[in-house]
Write a protein that binds this ligand. Sequence first.
Ligand code: ZN
Length: 123
Amino acid sequence: MPTYCYVCDACGRHREVRRNSPPRRLRCPHCAVNLRRDFRAEHSTMRAGNPWPRRSQALGVSPAQIPEAREHARRHGYQVDFDELGTALIPSRAEQNKMLRAIGFCDYDAGYGDVTPGTYQGD
Ligand SMILES: [Zn+2]
């Protein structure tokens, strides 16, 4: 069920409601004025389900390998950095795919609805 966000222009209070569709009118309980829908807040609420950017220990390196890993990223042109523990900081699926190609891996997880390798039955 989606979350709809509202803001009161009189007092600045925010309100969130979870419903199947946005309520037509919502009043501020403090000011009794109609609330304005806050699309920006809704967007950041939806973004909570978006995994990018993400951190990955699986694609990380040991701290001693960080300079080498950064140099590899620079040479192969993918935008992945590493924190001081060697955890990979990946900005997007596209950059992750570039990285995986550069290190010779394949992202079996890359697309929802893709045929899982080894299960394709043919037409
Ligand atoms: Zn108010």
